[in-house]
Design a protein around this ligand. Structure first.
Ligand SMILES: [Zn+2]
Length: 258
């Protein structure tokens, strides 16, 4: 067996499930961990921000954080389940109206999407004011090369599903969208992936803001950016990026699994 084959054999892979209950619990654990990580990275801003996970049994249902609960306090048992009409069908706390307006439409438009993440993180919202997509200035930023869009409009707090539908349209087939004058939104085939894309996109916004404040960054050329995107921007790559962070946050804050 070659060194590469041996190394590949030891690489973690996404789990498979023997029941829908097992898969639901797994998604909820990843979701709670995602909120704790968002808090850890300082992505909270009052009551703003939401991460959703589609229910594995009923694709019209999604799990989300309760309105006005701090990301840093969310455990598995705090998550609420919302239906296609915005009604809370599990849990006794309220849903954030904007979470429903945006995420219900993203989930409806993208059947492949299991999870979507949004917050008013500082570098994402700062970058969003420029009305530009990110350039391929680093290896990490190439994960978003030709795979993110700009929602080039701002119409107040998103409380209308029609506005959520326009945002979902802007996401298109991409893994992320920059909501102008608002912040970032990322999606994934797993909670792990959506959360990781959010974290690394926020840092790519920070990197480009720093680089442009200091000078004129050299862009990675188109062919190399496209190649790098196939190396760092895959669904599996997104899932993988989350694994060390999940291990870290569960070790630090095991009550998130309660
Ligand atoms: Zn928002």
């Amino acid at each position: 067996m070659s060194l590469t084959e041996e190394a590949i054999k030891r690489v973690p892979v996404p789990p498979t499930f023997s029941s829908v209950e097992e898969e639901r619990l797994h998604r909820k654990q990843r979701l709670a961990a995602g909120f704790r990580l968002f808090s850890r990275f300082g992505f909270d801003e009052g009551v703003a921000g939401h991460i959703t996970a589609r229910d594995p049994e009923d694709p019209e249902l999604f799990w989300v954080n309760p309105f006005a609960m701090h990301f840093g306090h969310i455990s598995v048992s705090d998550l609420i389940c919302v239906n296609a009409h915005g009604e809370v069908v599990e849990g006794d706390r309220a849903v954030n109206v904007a979470a429903f307006a945006i995420h219900s439409q993203v989930h409806a438009a993208r059947p492949d999407v299991v999870a979507a993440a949004h917050s008013h993180s500082i570098y994402g919202k700062s970058w969003s004011t420029l009305g530009r997509t990110l350039d391929p200035i680093t290896q990490d930023a190439c994960a978003f090369y030709e795979d993110h869009a700009l929602f080039d409009d701002y119409t107040g707090v998103v409380i209308d599903v029609e506005e959520g539908r326009r945002i979902a349209g802007a996401v298109g087939p991409n893994k992320a969208v920059i909501l102008r004058n608002h912040g970032l939104l990322t999606v994934g085939h797993s909670v792990d992936e959506a959360v990781w894309w959010f974290i690394t996109m926020e840092r790519s916004c920070q990197a480009q803001l720093l680089a442009e404040a200091a000078g004129t960054p050299v862009l990675i050329d188109k062919d190399m950016a496209a190649l790098t995107a196939t190396q760092v921007g895959t669904h599996l790559g997104g899932w993988m990026g989350f694994q060390p962070l999940y291990d870290r946050i569960v070790r630090e804050q095991p009550d998130l699994l309660d």
